[in-house]
Design a protein around this ligand. Structure first.
Ligand SMILES: [Zn+2]
Length: 115
């Protein structure tokens, strides 16, 4: 049996056929198989390429709940364009980094107050 990757590809196609628009910014997306290919046939990701956005992120404490369930009112996956997906991941990592440094600074006391 194939791994989760194959399942996600199917999930993405299913969502895309239902509605090819990014659920975040509304742009019409294309499937990876429609993207141009580079050397060795590798897909060149486009900003409007369809990606799967998890309702629970990889970094969420409930990440083990990122299972595929597509009930009408409790979906776990959403079709987002590559650009939104990437920006969202960046924002999430930035938030985690900010929290990390805040904790470090608090632990170190207020030695550096006015940075
Ligand atoms: Zn988008």
């Amino acid at each position: 049996m194939g791994g989760g990757g194959k399942r996600l590809v199917k999930q993405r196609e299913r969502l895309w056929k239902k509605n090819p628009h990014c659920e975040n910014c509304g742009i019409e997306t294309i499937l990876p198989k429609h993207c141009p290919r580079g050397k060795k046939g590798r897909i060149i990701a486009q900003d409007h390429m369809a990606t799967i956005q998890h309702k629970y992120s990889r970094l969420h404490p409930d990440k083990r709940r990122t299972m595929i369930l597509d009930h009408e009112n409790d979906r776990r996956h959403f079709l987002w364009c590559y650009k939104c997906n990437r920006l969202d991941n960046d924002a999430e990592l930035a938030a985690i980094a900010a929290e990390f440094w805040k904790n470090i600074n608090e632990r170190n006391g207020n030695l550096e107050t006015n940075i």
